[in-house]
Design a binder for this molecule. Structure first.
Ligand code: PDD
Length: 296
């Protein structure tokens, strides 16, 4: 297996970064996780747009242009021969002396890694994931804006550890005002009062790319959408709920603490449309030619 490191592909066993890399020293960097379907990276433009935004927010210059990143991504996929994969692209501040000044690092480090997709347990789709509302609050956006998809992940790691201790699959964080924010690696949706509800970006969440796709599908299906500030009790009162991410797509929620849910009609309709959306995207990307999505 190979990974892409800075200027080209290297064997995984030889892919090493310095102990002075500020990504390692301080979690100083940004990343994206993408899903690959039949050799096509789903929503690649949107991921690279968010990566550029995250990088700009932390005053980091990306080491390649968007087109340069696209070719590096497809080179990595081609080198490993994966058609259905998980792909992670990270850019760190780079190697530099100890210290917080971003100017200490002259050249960012780029790492692209992909692996075969490990499908989530079947029980997630059939019975739904178990969520726990954790005590760890989502970083407040005035301190470290969750819209920055950063390598600095301790907030989410502590929330995840707490949810695992509670026997749950995913931890759900509230923000400092007590409103529902998001999961440790997912966004949340639920059906309440006849509307499909999801926390607004002002709640301090990562604006998930899957979340955006779901919102646009919901619009096409003429579902009533409410992006807003919601309390935990509104969520617990929902008739159905699901979480979203590039990797797990739309995943029904079966339990939040002691409250139980069944994958309902809204969730099922959105899951079916999402699958169609992916198929159409893959077809269209392939038809638009190898220069966009790679040579194989
Ligand atoms: N996580 N919220 C958080 C905190 C996340 O880390 C993620 C993604 C999401 C969903 O975003 P998207 O739909 O763009 O994947 C929401 C990825 C999967 C990860 O960390 O690997």
């Amino acid at each position: 297996m190979k990974a892409y490191l800075n200027d080209g592909l290297v064997r995984l066993a030889e892919a090493r970064v310095s102990i002075f890399d500020h990504g390692f020293l301080y979690g100083d960097g940004v990343y994206e996780t993408m899903r690959v379907y039949d050799g096509v990276v789903f929503m690649l433009e949107e991921h690279l747009k968010r990566l550029s935004h995250s990088a700009a927010m932390i005053l980091l210059d990306l080491p390649k242009t968007v087109d340069g990143l696209k070719s590096a991504i497809y080179d990595t996929l081609d080198a490993n021969g994966f058609r259905d994969a998980y792909l992670r692209l990270a850019v760190t501040r780079g190697e530099g002396p100890i210290g917080l000044d971003p100017a200490l690092c002259k050249r960012p480090t780029l790492v692209i890694y992909c692996d075969k997709l490990k499908p989530p347990p079947l029980s997630f789709k059939e019975q739904g994931m178990k969520l726990a509302i954790v005590n760890t609050k989502r970083n407040c956006k005035e301190a470290l804006d969750p819209q920055i998809k950063s390598l600095n992940f301790l907030n989410n790691i502590l929330a995840k550890a707490e949810s695992l201790r509670a026997g749950a699959d995913e931890g759900l964080m509230l923000n400092m005002e007590g409103h529902v924010a998001e999961g440790t690696t997912s966004n949340i949706f639920f059906v309440h009062g006849g509307a499909l509800c999801t926390p607004a970006s002002e709640c301090g969440i990562l604006k998930g790319i899957t979340r955006d796709v779901v919102i646009s599908i919901a619009g096409r299906l003429h579902m009533k959408l409410a992006e807003g500030k919601f309390t935990a009790s509104q969520l617990l009162d929902a008739s159905e709920a699901f979480v979203t991410s590039s990797i797990i797509e739309i995943m029904p929620v079966g339990k939040i603490g002691d409250a139980r849910f069944k994958p309902g009609e809204v969730t099922k309709a959105l899951m079916a449309e999402y699958a169609k959306e992916v198929q159409a995207y893959v077809k269209e990307t392939k038809e638009s030619g190898p220069s966009i999505w790679g040579a194989s």
